[in-house]
Design a protein around this ligand. Sequence first.
Ligand SMILES: [Ca+2]
Length: 154
Amino acid sequence: MAPRVLLYLLAAAAGITSVSAAALPEPAPFSIPADAEILDLRTEEDKKLGKRVNGGVYVCKAINFDANQGCKLILTTWGNPTSLVGSDYNNVISSAGADSGTNCQFFDAFNGDCIGQGYLPINNPGISDFTQFPWAGGGGQTWNDITSCIKCWY
Ligand SMILES: [Ca+2]
């Protein structure tokens, strides 16, 4: 193979590599804002322990963590089924991300425990657009605007 052809192939390969890298989706920038408004849904027993150390999940009513419709940092008790029913965050969440090291499950219903058709796993960085995640209940519905119960472990 002539050196010139080899150089061309190397350049072409390098070009393909950079195109592939550019085509990869950028991870959505995410960190829980330090000044996030808190919605404390911990058990009364937990609240007595004082300020949170972990176990928060940041939720927004709009996709892409856009704060214009409202976002809050929800505090939960470890593994506790945390109902959103009656709060203004019931059936509206469209993006969410948890504290680093916290793993949450979002459910579509609450009846003493989190129930429903499967769950949406949320950790860090979380999910910036719930409309991209089909709901197990079918009907073409996504996880957008149907979360009613949250469980987190940390
Ligand atoms: Ca929404």
